[in-house]
Design a protein around this ligand. Structure first.
Ligand code: SF4
Length: 418
C-alpha cells in the first residue's frame, strides 16, 4: 500500500531478479476486485463516504469483506442499479441524484463523497465522472463529490486504492516555488504506523511531512509547483532492512546528517531485528509461493527471504511495476519465478508441482489448497493488518509463521489419526 521510494545515489540495480524474465499470464483470475480497498480506505479517511454504484453482488462483497465494521456507523454503502434502471439512463441518473441527496441530508458529517464504479453493465453505461461533476456542483462546497472505478474488469484488490488516490490528486492544492520542500507519504497506512514514521522524521529534523490520503479532506496536502513531485526510490518499509532503507531515502533527499540518521533509526532497527529472530526457527529454509493479489508480493518475498531465510519459489503479482520495484528485484534470489497477471489453473498446477511449504493466496484458493495438504496464508490479512515499519516487523513475520506453526501442531494428530 505504501509507495516505494529508494536511495538517490545508488548504483543501477542489477543481480537477483533485476533481469529475470517475467511469466505474463492473461487468463482467468481469482482475485478480489478493487472495491475491496474501501475496507481500509474508509478507516483512513474519516470524513469520506464511499458510495458503490453497483449491483447486489457488489453490496454483498463489500458487506462481507467489511464484516465487523458494520457495527460502527458505516462510511460506505451501495446504490443498487438493476435492470429496471435500464429503462432509461435519465432514470438511473435521477435515482443516483436522489440517493446522494438523501444520504447527504442525513449525514452532514460527510465532507467527501466517492462514487465508486463497478462492473455490472447497468453501471458501465452510466457516466460516473459526469454524475460526480453534476453532484459536486449541487453539493459543493459542503461536500466534494469525486469518482473512481473499483470494477473487477478494470481493477484487482489494491488497484482500487490506487484509483481512489488518483482521483484525489487533481484536488491537491498547488504549492508555490517559495514553499519549503515537503515529504509526501503515499498510500493508506494505518494511523498508528503513519504516526510512528512522523515521529522518526521529526527526530531527523524533517518537519514538513504529509500523507496521501489525508485523514480529513481539509488536510489534503499540496504538491507543486506545477503539481510536481519527485519519487524517492526505496525498498518498501517492511522489516528492519526495508524500513531503514525507506527512511534513509527520505533522509538523504532532505539532507539529514548521516550520523543523526543512524542514531534516530538504530533503536527501532535493533528492536525489529531482535523481534524477528523469534520467528526464524519457524520460517528459515521454508519455501513460499505467492499468488497475485496485493501488489505487495515482491517486497514481502524480499523481506521473508533476506530477513527470515525463506525461499520464494514463485512470486506472482497482478502488475509488475519495474520502476517502483527497481530496488526490490535485485534483492530477490535469482532462482525465483516472477509472474504477472494470472491464469489461475496453470498457476495452481505450478504450485502443486513444487508443493511449497506456504502458499499466499486469496480466500477462494486457500480451502482447495489446504484440502490438498498445502499450508496457506490469506493474502487479505496482509492489507488489513499494520505491517509496515520497525515496530510491526514482528507482527508481519508472525502472519507467516502462524500457519506454519498451526500445521506443525496439527501434523502429529493428523498422522496419529491416519
Ligand atoms: Fe463483482 Fe464487479 Fe461488483 Fe466487484 S465490482 S463485486 S467484481 S460485480
Amino acid at each position: 500500500m505504501t509507495a516505494p521510494a529508494a536511495l538517490l545515489d545508488r548504483s543501477p540495480a542489477s543481480g537477483g531478479c533485476a533481469e529475470s524474465p517475467v511469466l505474463r499470464e492473461r487468463g482467468q483470475r481469482e482475485v478480489f476486485c478493487g472495491l475491496t480497498g474501501i475496507v481500509w480506505l474508509h478507516r483512513k479517511m474519516q470524513d469520506a463516504f464511499f458510495l458503490v454504484v453497483g449491483s447486489r453482488t457488489c453490496a454483498h462483497l463489500i458487506q462481507s469483506a467489511a464484516g465487523v465494521m458494520i457495527f460502527a456507523e458505516p462510511r460506505f454503502g451501495t446504490a443498487i442499479m438493476e435492470e429496471k434502471d435500464l429503462a432509461g439512463l435519465t432514470d438511473a441518473n435521477e435515482e443516483l441524484d436522489r440517493v446522494v441527496g438523501r444520504l447527504l441530508e442525513r449525514r452532514p458529517d460527510i465532507k467527501l463523497l466517492f462514487l465508486v464504479g463497478s462492473c455490472p453493465s447497468e453501471v458501465i453505461k452510466l457516466d460516473l465522472a459526469r454524475a460526480a461533476g453534476r453532484l459536486n456542483d449541487i453539493h459543493a462546497p459542503h461536500t466534494r463529490v469525486l469518482n473512481y472505478s473499483g470494477s473487477g474488469i478494470e481493477t484487482t484488490f489494491t488497484q482500487g486504492e490506487d484509483a481512489c488516490l488518483a482521483a484525489l490528486v487533481p484536488q491537491m492544492p498547488t504549492l508555490s516555488a517559495a514553499d519549503p520542500a515537503r515529504l509526501l507519504i503515499v498510500g493508506a497506512l494505518p494511523d498508528v504506523v503513519e504516526d510512528q514514521f512522523r515521529r522518526l522524521f521529526a527526530q531527523m529534523g524533517i518537519q514538513h511531512v504529509d500523507a496521501l490520503p489525508a485523514r480529513r479532506i481539509e488536510d489534503l496536502p499540496g504538491v507543486g509547483p506545477d503539481r510536481g513531485a519527485q519519487r524517492l526510490e526505496a525498498l518498501f518499509p517492511f522489516g528492519a532492512e526495508g524500513t531503514t532503507d525507506w527512511l534513509h531515502s527520505a533522509a538523504k533527499a532532505f539532507g539529514v546528517d548521516e550520523m543523526l540518521f543512524r542514531s534516530v533509526v538504530a533503536p527501532g532497527r535493533e528492536r525489529a531485528a531482535r523481534a524477528l529472530e523469534r520467528f526464524r526457527p519457524a520460517l528459515d529454509g521454508k519455501s513460499i509461493f505467492f499468488f497475485p493479489d496485493s501488489q505487495l508480493e515482491i517486497p514481502l518475498a524480499r523481506f521473508l527471504s533476506r530477513e527470515l531465510g525463506m525461499v520464494p519459489l514463485e512470486v506472482g503479482t497482478p502488475y509488475l511495476h519495474r520502476p517502483h520495484l527497481s530496488r526490490e528485484l535485485p534483492l530477490l534470489p535469482s532462482a525465483t519465478v516472477l509472474s504477472e497477471g494470472q491464469d489461475v489453473d496453470r498457476q495452481l498446477d505450478r504450485c502443486r508441482a513444487v508443493r511449497p511449504d506456504l502458499s499466499v493466496c486469496g480466500l477462494g484458493l486457500a480451502n482447495p489448497l489446504e484440502m490438498e495438504g498445502l499450508t496457506t496464508k490469506w493474502s487479505i490479512e496482509l492489507v488489513f493488518s499494520p505491517v509496515h515499519g520497525f515496530d510491526q516487523a514482528a507482527d508481519l513475520a508472525e502472519l507467516f509463521a502462524r500457519p506454519m506453526n498451526r500445521k506443525g501442531r496439527l501434523s502429529p494428530s493428523i498422522r496419529g489419526a491416519a
